[in-house]
Design a protein around this ligand. Structure first.
Ligand SMILES: C[S@@+](CC[C@H](N)C(=O)[O-])C[C@H]1O[C@@H](n2cnc3c(N)ncnc32)[C@H](O)[C@@H]1O
Length: 483
């Protein structure tokens, strides 16, 4: 569980609430690594069963301890945990197996039992988890029924050295710590699981963060600067999806982290002129409808002052969101929805961006399948959509390197290169014009590559970087041959 925090950073403590955060002590350059860290705990997502060794989905159990899931290809899992559990003769394994969420907490308790990992457990307890705010809530009742009661009734506590300090509050605290500090990470087969990273979790949230987090196939977390960070700045990470609107991001942050975000983006009604939350006025048809402050319950048109109730807006956005989900990959349905949404939402609203991403991805499938003989309209539409998405990303992540930007830029330039070649073949472009356009494509290709250079090797983005480097070489050869 080695870790490497950049020496230019320091962990500081907020005097008011004791919360920790990370501050840059010196200037940090774009792309510079801030932290490399192995997880302290890897856990299945709620309700899932994953092999205790390879973390693929598994239904079978270890023959020795009888409680850890082990897939048919794996023979053993953590030796300490296995032996400790196997020695618990009167453990009610069936009860624990039925309540899948117990296993993550058992892993935590074993971290505390094992002298080699006790220090990690103790530092996990230092993290924020706002236990008092959860007391009596639905989530508290959920864990009472699904974790606390089964664990108490299973006899496990009497086998633990620290069992006497384990009561309802202690177990609820462990559940809360995992909820607040667990990172959603890629599982090795498909889906996601949770990883607890004791250092990575200290970074404060910001909706326009100054770092990016990448996790490789050995679950090593790398945090690097997505823009230059000046000495004295707080080092931040975005706990939610940057492509959501302010209300949606804040709702998720409140539920998952009990956090009221007051970052610059949340406090700017236009979200840095991106207008990702802006509606079009249903009265005057042209005015922008905004909320001046994120905690307000009324939306108001900046042109005719017409007001809309927040509940009514929520209902409309939920219906539109459902429509996108129901359209799945159907381009016709998506385009029809886009036309309808465009009457109610700003052209850069997050749901418009979402639908454009869906259409672009469906078009990619057509362009990658030569048997569909894609016509020029398909290329033109894909180019237009990618350009629109990049424009929004540049507004919300100004000056930042970003995986999202890199991938969208790559989608754009690979489509443009094909499109220009097609037009050249159809004698619409001269050779000189084609060379000039391909040179422009090459510049943007380099920009996309530059943004992925800091991604670890064994990640989908690291692999994409290798593909892009190859494709850049082909493009350069192509240009040379035309010259
Ligand atoms: C993952 S932890 C971050 C580290 C935490 N401060 C600690 O000491 O363990 C998430 C919690 O930190 C606090 N936090 C993180 N970012 C914040 C922000 N931008 N504003 C206010 N509180 C924040 C909230 O209490 C949140 O639930």
């Amino acid at each position: 569980m080695g870790e490497n925090f950049n020496k230019k950073c320091a962990i500081e403590t907020n005097e008011k609430d004791g919360g920790r955060y990370v501050k840059a002590q010196e200037n940090i350059a774009t792309g510079e690594c801030i932290l490399l860290e192995q997880p302290t705990l890897l856990l299945a997502s709620d309700g899932e069963r994953r092999c205790g060794n390879c973390f693929k989905l598994a239904q079978s159990y270890c023959r020795s301890c009888k409680i850890t899931n082990l897939c048919l290809n794996c023979k053993e899992h953590n030796k300490y945990d296995c032996e400790k559990l196997a020695a618990m003769e009167n453990l009610n394994c069936d009860l624990l197996k039925r309540n899948t969420e117990c296993y993550g907490i058992i892993k935590c308790l074993l971290l505390q039992e094992n002298p080699d990992t006790k220090a990690y457990f103790d530092s996990m307890l230092e993290a924020d988890c706002y236990l008092e705010e959860r007391r009596g809530s639905d989530i508290w009742s959920h864990y009472h029924v699904n974790v606390v009661e089964p664990l108490m009734k299973s006899n496990i506590l009497k086998y633990l050295r620290h069992g006497e300090r384990v009561d309802e509050d202690f177990l609820q605290r462990l559940c809360a710590l995992i909820d607040v500090n667990g990172f959603e990470i890629r599982a090795p087969d498909y889906g996601t699981m949770k990883g607890v990273y004791l250092r990575g979790t200290i970074l404060t949230h910001d909706c326009t963060p100054n770092t990016q987090i990448a996790i490789d196939d050995k679950y090593c977390m790398k945090i690097y600067a997505s823009r230059a960070i000046e000495a004295g700045e707080i080092v931040t990470n975005c706990y939610t999806n940057v492509l959501l609107g302010t209300d949606e991001r804040r709702k998720i942050l409140k539920i998952t982290k009990n956090l009221k975000c007051h970052c610059k983006r949340c406090l700017d009604p236009t979200e840095f002129e991106s207008h990702m939350s802006t509606l079009l006025c249903s009265e005057c048809k042209t005015g922008y409808v905004l909320k001046k402050d994120p905690s307000e319950t009324k939306w108001q048109c900046q042109n005719c002052q017409h007001r809309r109730d927040a509940k009514d807006v929520d209902r409309m956005l939920n219906n539109l969101q459902e429509e996108i989900i129901n359209a799945t990959n159907d381009i016709y349905k998506l385009e029809m929805s886009l036309m309808r949404f465009s009457k109610a939402l700003h052209p850069q609203h997050y749901l418009i961006v979402d639908i454009k991403q869906n259409i672009a991805s469906a078009l990619r499938q057509i362009l990658n399948d030569p048997s569909q003989c894609p016509g020029r309209k398909v290329y033109e539409r894909k180019i237009e959509l990618c350009e629109d998405i990049i424009k929004v990303l540049n507004l919300i992540l100004p000056g930042c390197i970003s995986r999202l930007k890199a991938i969208t830029l790559y989608e754009l330039v690979s489509t443009q290169a094909e499109y220009y070649r097609m037009r050249y073949k159809e004698n619409e472009l001269t050779k000189t014009q084609l060379i000039e356009l391909l040179h422009e494509v090459e510049q943007m290709f380099r920009e996309a590559i530059r943004m992925l250079l800091y991604e670890p090797k064994d990640t989908p983005e690291g692999n994409l970087l290798q593909t892009m480097l190859q494709e850049l070489k082909y493009l350069q050869t192509d240009i040379k041959m035309l010259d």
